[in-house]
Design a protein around this ligand. Structure first.
Ligand code: HEC
Ligand code: HEC
Length: 380
């Protein structure tokens, strides 16, 4: 769709004068841009970390989409944001670590789903980016990821700006988005952040059920008994004995992965996964996870391996981790996982684990994987 090759005559909606014909490069209808700025947001979604000075516009998100998929944004013209954030995996990577312009990343790529609908507004697994705007140009300036680091002989960010100025479609797209063809780091950040904030997922089975009920705690009429059981386990806190062994209640996931957005509690410390992707050393700094929406597809397949180290694609591995927390030498472990100072033991039965797995499957949306407005806009 959208690739009408009606270029035999200069049609009346062709750009004026010598302006570059964007429709020769992009699968985008520039007369009617896709809707990024006014999407449906369910009434029960209340968290929103959008800054007031960078609201989503259709033009800004369209520029962001082009930048996101453009390999010209890397030094070797081979890597785009989408190389590591793939739409078919909810904008994560099916590989445990991702390939950049000069080697592999130190951590697993993160899903970009409902990034906007969260209390936490610092980004990366260790929250080292203070805003999404700031985050977006960090991979560009990373020596391994996209290469414009300005260090050790790498080109720098100004070199990227010069490069984009010479690419025929960019002056026009910046003009469309920001009313002037001048290119700057701030505009690149704003456009990428608008595109990422536009990526949302609210058409899951969970959303269908949540819409039909007054609150999360009620059984969802569209859920099976097993899914409702999994929901209760996820939402309710555990009741522990004095040794940290669960004797009743749920398994406490929602204490940190907060429904209905399933965003991370900004106060979360680490969850006991302290390894590194390379297998050497320890990493106590990880205190963030992407929303757990679309961590699994509705058929149970994982959207890439879990956690910052990409441990496994089997949710049972995750549940076994929380079932028996390892506290050894971990100075940054969240106290919710050490009731009474003891490592938590959830004592989950096989049925309980299966129920949590099917509940997590209900958090998967549909359009996020297929909507063309979040897909590669380049014709070639
Ligand atoms: C070479 C692979 C690679 C490329 C290219 C890449 N990323 Fe990432 N991305 C990652 C990895 C790995 C992480 C997690 C890194 C960490 O936390 O240390 C990440 C994290 C992020 C996050 C944080 C999400 C969150 O919830 O905190 C955002 C946003 C993001 N990337 C956007 C982008 C954008 C925009 C681009 C292009 C300008 C891009 N990425 C290019 C691999 C990549
Ligand atoms: C104390 C806070 C806390 C609690 C309680 C908690 N988590 Fe987490 N969770 C985290 C943090 C922090 C991460 C990121 C850890 C990492 O990557 O090293 C995470 C990561 C995950 C991931 C991987 C996400 C991804 O994108 O790869 C899954 C799945 C998950 N948790 C499920 C659960 C389930 C199920 C429960 C309940 C048994 C639970 N969590 C309880 C804090 C918590």
């Amino acid at each position: 769709m959208g690739c009408s090759s009606d270029n035999s005559t200069n049609s009346s909606d062709a750009p004026a004068n010598n302006a570059f014909d964007l429709s020769s490069v992009f699968n985008i209808n520039f007369n009617v841009l896709p809707n990024y700025s006014d999407q449906y947001i369910p009434v029960y979604i209340t968290k929103d970390n959008s800054p007031t000075n960078n609201p989503i516009s259709n033009e800004g998100a369209t520029l962001g989409r082009v930048l996101f998929y453009d390999v010209n944004v890397s030094t070797n013209n081979e890597i785009s944001c989408a190389s590591c954030h793939k739409q078919e995996f909810a904008f994560s990577d099916d590989n445990a670590v991702s390939i950049g312009v000069d080697g592999i990343t130190g951590r697993h790529s993160m899903r970009l789903v409902n990034v906007r609908f969260a209390n936490e507004n610092r980004f990366f697994w260790d929250e080292r980016a203070n805003s999404l705007e700031q985050q977006t140009t960090m991979p560009i300036q990373d020596h391994v990821e996209m290469g414009f680091s300005g260090e050790n002989g790498d080109l720098n960010f100004e070199d990227l700006v010069t490069k984009l100025e010479a690419i025929e479609y960019y002056p026009e797209l910046f003009n469309l988005a920001f009313g002037s063809s001048e290119i700057s780091e701030l505009k690149i950040q704003n456009a990428l952040a608008q595109f990422i904030r536009s990526i949302q997922s609210f058409d899951s089975k969970y959303d269908e059920g949540r819409l039909l009920t007054a609150n999360n705690a009620q059984p969802f009429p569209n859920f099976t008994a097993q899914e409702n059981n999994g929901k209760n386990l996820f939402l309710q806190p555990p009741v522990f004995d004095t040794m940290g062994s669960r004797i009743n209640g749920g398994i406490g996931c929602a204490g940190c992965h907060q429904a209905p957005e399933f965003d991370i509690d900004p106060n979360s410390l680490n969850n006991g996964v302290i390894g590194t992707a390379s297998g050497t050393g320890v990493d106590f700094t990880v205190t963030r996870a992407p929303s757990l929406r679309d961590v699994l597809k509705s058929n149970g397949d994982a959207n890439g391996p879990f956690m910052h180290i990409g441990v496994s694609t089997n949710i049972m591995t995750v549940l076994n981790h929380y079932d028996n927390i390892n506290i050894a030498a971990n100075t940054n472990l969240d106290p919710r996982l050490t009731p009474g100072g003891n490592p938590q033991q959830l004592n989950m039965t096989a049925q309980e684990k299966d129920a949590v797995q099917v509940f997590l499957q209900t958090l998967a949306g549909n359009e996020i994987y297929t909507d063309p407005k979040w897909s590669n806009p380049f014709i070639n």
